[in-house]
Write a protein that binds this ligand. Structure first.
Ligand code: SF4
Length: 366
């Protein structure tokens, strides 16, 4: 039976730990007792779940090694665990043996990467999150209509490279509100903004506001590019942060949405906020004068790491955990088409392990 990195008990009380059903924030209780406010939603999003399960199933179906271009998702534990199972992470397709199989990460790739893979006759499984693919399509469409496309995002991030690569002659990256004044366009009346999926909602809106001051007819994307998971995790942190002396965000330093959660926590009133990959990184000095600790995790973080942090906090006397829920998520994406087809042809599929303990064929990884 295959163990999965996908969370099984998201939101369920951990054994032996007291967790109130309703929110202390909602009830407005004031207490100096040590407590934890646990954000929900947190952790795995649908795109990460799909990408991780795609690698797991590719290894199971084809056998190791399965090559993965870049980190499948930006999480140290996920990458280490998949490596142990037979995934080989590479930076570029030219590191993959001719004709071998390679998975493209959830962050997406540019057409140039698909072409490079084709030149080496690689078998590809594209685990690009469908919500990233949506932004790629927007870039293609607006480029076809000859717009100047202002892509709000972080230069050098894989997702931004992939999206910009769809229309390199039309896209320019705007990193922050401070860069707005440096933007130049051909026709100020034919400009559209799109964005990376994992940005701070507030900062992005500020960038858009300043862009619109310069280009009053600036066109919006057809729908939100910052994805539901990024937005939901930020909303939950915004709600608990004002109550918190300390917020611990579980996530890796190269995880854009996790880093944003630290920023949002501080911005919305947490006295301090830190990012940790593992519970062992928590510093004793963080707890001086702390009564309320907020805990959340980025969209690429398995729940097991959050439970480790909660166990660590319980040992420090923070055993009273209240969930602060601001949304319920049930979105799930089907596996990449290439994998679905392969599984189906072998009589295994279409297989799709679901999140939160709901599982489909062909195996129950719980
Ligand atoms: S954070 Fe959003 S865009 Fe990125 S993988 Fe998750 S759902 Fe997709």
């Amino acid at each position: 039976m295959t163990e999965t990195l996908a969370p099984r008990t998201s939101g369920a009380p951990a054994a032996g730990r007291h967790r109130r059903d309703d929110s202390a924030v909602e009830r407005g209780e004031a207490t100096a007792a040590k407590r934890v406010l646990l954000a929900a939603p947190r952790g795995y999003c649908a795109g990460v779940d799909r990408a991780v399960v795609a690698v797991e199933q590719a290894i199971e179906h084809y056998g190791a090694p399965v090559y993965v271009r870049k980190e499948i998702v930006h999480n140290k534990y996920v990458v280490e665990t998949l490596s142990e199972r037979g995934a080989v992470f590479v930076d570029e397709t030219d590191e993959v043996p001719e004709g071998a199989r390679v998975v493209f990460s959830a962050h997406g790739v540019s057409p140039a990467v698909h072409e490079a893979a084709a030149r080496r006759s690689l078998e590809t499984i594209d685990a690009t999150c469908p919500l990233v693919t949506k932004v790629h399509r927007e870039a293609v469409r607006f480029a076809a209509d000859d717009y100047d496309i202002l892509l709000i995002g972080h230069e050098g991030h894989e997702e931004v490279e992939g999206t910009a690569g769809e229309a390199p002659d039309h896209v320019q990256v705007v990193n922050s509100p401070d860069e707005v004044d440096r933007v130049t366009v051909r026709d100020p009346d034919k400009v559209v903004w799109i964005s990376q999926t994992t940005l701070s909602v507030d900062e992005t809106m500020e960038t858009v506001r300043r862009l619109r001051e310069r280009f009053p007819t600036l066109q919006d994307p057809p729908s939100d590019d910052i994805c539901y998971a990024t937005q939901n995790r930020q909303v939950a942190v915004k709600k608990l942060a004002p109550e918190c002396d300390l917020v611990i965000v579980v996530g890796s330093r190269n995880s854009s949405n996790s880093v944003r959660l630290v920023e949002v926590a501080k911005e919305y009133g947490a006295r301090a906020a830190f990012l940790v990959d593992y519970a062992k990184e928590i510093e004793p000095s963080w707890f001086d004068g702390v009564a309320t600790v907020g805990v959340t995790s980025g969209a690429s973080v398995p729940e097991i790491l959050v439970q480790d942090v909660l166990a660590h906090l319980a040992e420090r006397g923070f055993a009273d955990v209240s969930e602060v829920r601001t949304a319920t998520e049930d979105l799930m994406f089907s596996l990449p088409r290439e994998l679905r087809t392969a599984l189906k042809e072998s009589g295994q599929g279409p297989a799709r392990p679901a999140r939160g303990g709901r599982r489909a064929l062909p195996f129950d990884p719980a």
